[in-house]
Write a protein that binds this ligand. Structure first.
Ligand SMILES: Nc1ncnc2c1ncn2[C@@H]1O[C@H](COP(=O)(O)OP(=O)(O)OP(=O)(O)O)[C@@H](O)[C@H]1O
Ligand SMILES: [Mg+2]
Length: 389
């Protein structure tokens, strides 16, 4: 292909990736339950979830490396379910990028073209080197590059094949945190530049939120919720999503009134939740879970309770722990409404009285409250020390 726009994947007729009723069973174990998923053409799409939830299996089915037990995979209008991997316009980048150690960077990138018998590769390889900003490393061997640079070579090596879709399975998993953050921005830039659909698998919620236009949150072989990062964060529909994406305070409560606002009691006090931020089960009444993010809450010393504006949700409690982490201080508060509520306060004017043992009032704008069905595990998706990665 000599078309200058070819490597950008733009205007090459692509189409959405559409999974309909796709599932995968290994013997009696179901790794992926039937799922319907549309990845819009040209989007950066993340599959996010804890270890073992079925992310890689889903990705491998898109690549053709795994046969689905049920369902159909479309690329645009084309049913590719029965196509072997090499006949799909899809390339995969894995965590272990396995560059060819004896070849230099140019040759590594040219590999896919050479294999198809294409002789004049220089222009395309140069374009790719420029795209991943490694023009000065063309003659280096992989071992002379940093981990992040090697990963960029792996991306270039895949993109030179003009895939319609690039699949990335934890591609940054081997990098240290700082390099990971840099590479997230770098991959996002590359995706924006080439306009190809990226499907990115990660268990790191910050990574998914930083990079993706759309995130599918997976849990136990199912997609729990799909949406734009801010929408998932602000409007979680399940406790798993509320806890897995950032931190949520979930308070057990009972519905008193339903209307445009839902009024609940929790720990002897009343809280308001906007009706349109409640799942349908909440509007049925009964027991519910009321959620609020730690950064939405303000903390007042109990002596100042009188100066809190009317109309705010408020919960009394006692500080049991505080940690100063520079930009903010994170407090843990025990309250009749719930144990170990988390509060993040920006460090602007620090109140020296706010220390462990202090009686406090937590207060926040009711608009920042959401309501969830109580018939689910309140701790689903809470990261435990052993799976913190
Ligand atoms: N070939 C196989 N045979 C049997 N079970 C399998 C096979 N491949 C995967 N599984 C199981 O399917 C489930 C999903 O695996 P998968 O690799 O998709 O998880 P994942 O979300 O990618 O996890 P991780 O974040 O650890 O990579 C796991 O419980 C796994 O043990
Ligand atoms: Mg995996």
């Amino acid at each position: 292909m000599t078309d200058k726009t070819a490597h950008t994947g733009k205007n090459t007729g692509g189409g959405d990736v559409r999974l309909t009723g796709i599932s995968k069973a290994y013997g009696s174990f179901t790794a992926v339950h039937p799922l319907d998923l549309t990845v819009p053409q040209g989007s950066f799409f993340a599959l996010l979830g804890a270890s073992g939830c079925g992310k890689t299996t889903t990705l491998r089915m898109i690549a053709g490396l795994e046969d689905p037990s049920t369902g159909t995979i479309f690329l645009g209008d084309k049913d590719v379910t029965d196509l072997p991997p090499y006949k799909r316009p899809v390339n995969t980048v894995f965590q272990s990028y396995a560059l060819f150690p004896h070849m230099d960077i140019s040759e590594n990138i040219a590999f896919g073209l050479r294999r198809r018998g294409i002789k004049s590769v220089k222009k395309q390889v140069d374009d790719m080197l420029e795209l991943v900003q490694l023009g000065d490393k063309a003659r280096h061997k992989p071992h002379q590059l940093s981990g992040g640079q090697q990963q960029r070579v792996a991306v270039a090596r895949a993109l030179i094949n003009h895939p319609q879709v690039l699949l990335l399975d934890e591609p940054l998993g081997a990098l240290d945190l700082k390099l990971r953050r840099q590479m997230q921005l770098e991959l996002k830039r590359i995706q924006t530049e080439v306009g190809i659909t990226f499907v990115h698998v990660t268990h790191d919620q910050e990574e998914a939120m930083t990079m993706a236009d759309q995130v599918a949150v997976m849990n136990g072989g199912r997609v729990e919720q799909l949406g734009a990062p801010a929408d998932l964060y602000e409007n979680p529909q399940t406790t798993f999503v509320a806890n897995f994406l950032g931190t949520s305070n979930l308070i057990e409560a009972e519905v008193l009134e339903t209307g445009s606002d839902v009024v609940v009691t929790a720990g002897g006090g009343k809280l308001r939740v906007p009706g349109d931020r409640c799942t349908s089960a909440v509007r049925q009444g009964g027991k519910v879970l009321v959620g609020v993010r730690p950064e939405k809450i303000s903390l007042a010393h109990a002596d100042d309770a009188g100066s809190i504006a009317d109309g705010r949700n408020r919960v009394t409690g006692r500080i049991v722990d505080s940690s100063f982490i520079g930009v903010s201080t994170q407090y843990v508060v025990n309250s009749p409404a719930g144990a170990e509520l988390q509060v993040y306060e920006q460090n602007i004017e620090r109140d020296a009285r706010l220390r462990p043992g202090a009686e406090v009032v937590l207060h926040w704008n009711p608009a920042h409250t959401f309501g969830l069905d109580a018939a689910q595990d309140i701790d689903a998706g809470v990261e435990t020390v052993e799976d913190a990665g």
